[in-house]
Design a protein around this ligand. Structure first.
Ligand code: UDP
Length: 242
């Protein structure tokens, strides 16, 4: 069993990317909907001001430290997590495992056509993937979408509605969804589809993926202010606890 690390109100699973994917894939054996969330500093900061969101995140079966802010925060508290696990990479590794098992995959989220594009590109990379349904993320009728997911016979559901919308949606409907694994993965479909490019490897390695993203999408500036706010809050909180 791996340990849990509490960082500014959120209890993260202290696992590497490979370990997280193995745990998630193992959950497919059990007939129950398991939930994976990947909160970054922005969402963690939001959750620190929103008790319900905090409870929703902490009640997931796997909580992954996605983002360099959370990794730094874990060091500041003296309980470092093993590594940053990007949700998009975890999602892909789970898919790679599912290529062998043939588990049904459902994509929910992003703009119309993006899910299909993502599935097409992923199928080229992993020809054995079993896509059983795709829906865009701009729907009104939850019940209709849930029926489509359940009728598809999907085992793995990717929900990419952006955070914290997807975490709330998953928490509200997790018991109605007859799948075994639900992952909330923000912009992952955009990334797999190639609609939004991830930062080059060197930026990721230097912990500057957030900066690359800010340069590419300056409208994220206000949202991203929560990263320094989160860091200040963490430093203050850790000093207070010493
Ligand atoms: N999105 C969606 N439905 C909505 C709002 C957003 O499907 O009602 C999608 C949007 O098209 C994009 C993703 O959710 O594909 C959000 O991406 P973002 O990069 O903002 O993810 P985050 O940083 O919030 O995890």
């Amino acid at each position: 069993m791996h340990e849990k690390v509490s960082i500014y109100g959120i209890s993260y699973d202290n696992v590497t990317l490979t370990e997280a994917a193995a745990i998630a894939s193992d959950m497919l054996i059990e007939e129950k909907n398991h939930v994976v969330v990947t909160p970054n500093a922005e969402i963690a900061y939001l959750a620190s001001k929103d008790e319900e969101l905090c409870r929703i995140i902490n009640s997931a079966d796997i909580v992954i430290a996605d983002g360099i802010g959370v990794v730094y925060a874990s060091k500041i508290y003296g309980t470092p997590v093993k590594e940053k696990v990007a949700g998009v990479e975890l999602g892909e590794l789970v898919m790679r495992n599912a290529e062998e098992t043939g588990n049904g995959i459902f994509f929910l989220g992003a703009k119309p056509g993006v899910g299909e594009l993502a599935a097409g590109k992923l199928s080229e990379k992993y020809p054995g993937l079993n896509f059983v349904g795709i829906r865009d993320g701009y729907f009104k009728d939850d019940a209709e979408v849930i029926s489509a997911i359940n009728e598809s016979g999907a085992d793995i559901l990717y929900v990419c509605l952006g955070a914290p919308k997807q975490e709330r949606w998953i928490a509200e409907h997790r018991d109605e969804l007859n799948v075994r694994l639900t992952l909330g993965l923000g912009g992952a479909l955009d990334s797999w589809a190639g609609v939004v490019k991830r930062a080059p490897e060197i930026w990721i390695r230097l912990g500057l993926e957030w900066l690359y993203r800010l340069i590419r999408e300056p409208k994220r500036f206000v949202r991203m202010l929560s990263l320094p706010k989160y860091m200040f809050a963490v430093i203050f909180d850790s000093l207070r606890k010493r």
